[in-house]
Design a protein around this ligand. Structure first.
Ligand code: CA2
Length: 274
């Protein structure tokens, strides 16, 4: 499994080096930065048809000789993915012209994280035993009465139902390469089981414990045992409400807290990198 990453921007090397370090344990990554077009051609000519793929990172100026080389590689069955940190379609840039062979695709707009997605894609294409190791695994856990959101008290919780929230979170998880499970229960024991079951399996829990936030030392203790990241989330801002909502046992065990942003808070928690 040998993936080549090619760029022509010297300032990108740090990001790519860090990514190469993470991935070299699982696959061989060769990273090269060529600002000189002739050197780039030379590098392309050294890629073997048996190699697993080529990632072109943030390269904007292509010229006919380069395209010819890429066409040969692509025709030889080497998958090629073009990655741009920015959304080139918003910046009046344009993608590489279509190649003859099996160009895999284009990823843009995810900053340097697009590289991870491209590597995971190539990894998957050729190595069925190494599934997508780069995916952050997230659980969103909702506590009591959150199944009523959108149906009652819209002045506090808005009009979106929990089902609507789940749908938008699933879309965000998909586009940010995270795997997501979305739960709701009215039972404290069930929430404890989901937290305990996350240990060793899940990278981050986004928890809206509902009213249990203000009462449950058991949830606090379970979160303390969870080694991943915990984001406490509330649709409303409990600090602006009754005094009994000002105390949170979850906050003491959480890495971050989002409150009062409505159901958008779920999406923001999912987009945050902690
Ligand atoms: O603001 C939040 O997200 C809360 O966690 C929601 C809880 C509340 O007990 C917390 O203090 C703050 C309540 C869950 C939703 O309960 C509803 C009750 C009736 C109608 C609609 C929702």
């Amino acid at each position: 499994m040998h993936v080549h990453i090619l760029t022509d921007k010297a300032y990108e090397t740090d990001a790519v080096d860090a990514i190469a370090e993470i991935h070299n344990a699982q696959l061989k990554l060769s990273f090269a930065c060529y600002t000189n077009p002739d050197e780039r051609l030379d590098a392309l000519s050294k890629i073997e048809p048996s190699d697993s793929g080529l990632i072109l990172y943030n390269i904007t100026d292509w010229y006919s000789a380069g395209l010819r080389q890429l066409n040969i590689l692509s025709g030889n069955g080497v998958p090629i993915i073009e990655v741009h940190p920015k959304n080139i379609f918003c910046e009046s840039g344009s993608p590489l012209p279509k190649l003859n062979g099996n160009k895999v695709g284009l990823i843009c707009g995810f900053q340097s994280r697009g590289l991870l997605t491209a590597i995971a894609r190539l990894n998957n294409t050729k190595l069925s035993t190494t599934s997508v190791k780069t995916k952050r695994k997230v659980r969103i856990i909702n506590g009591p009465n959150l199944n009523l959101v959108g149906q009652r008290e819209p002045e506090i919780y808005g009009f979106d139902t929990l089902e609507d929230v789940e749908k938008s979170c699933v879309n965000i998880a998909r586009s940010t390469d995270q795997s997501l499970e979305f739960f709701q229960s009215n039972y404290e024991g069930q929430i404890l089981d989901w937290i305990q079951d996350s240990i060793g399996k899940i990278d981050a829990i986004i928890l809206n414990a509902g009213a249990l936030t203000h009462t449950s030392i058991a949830i606090h203790d379970a979160l303390k045992a969870f080694p991943g990241k915990t984001i406490e989330l509330h649709i409303s801002n409990p600090h602006q409400r009754e005094v009994f909502r000002h105390q949170s046992f979850v906050s003491l065990a959480a890495d971050a807290v989002i409150t009062g942003l409505g159901v958008k808070g779920y999406e923001l928690a999912l987009l945050s990198q902690i």
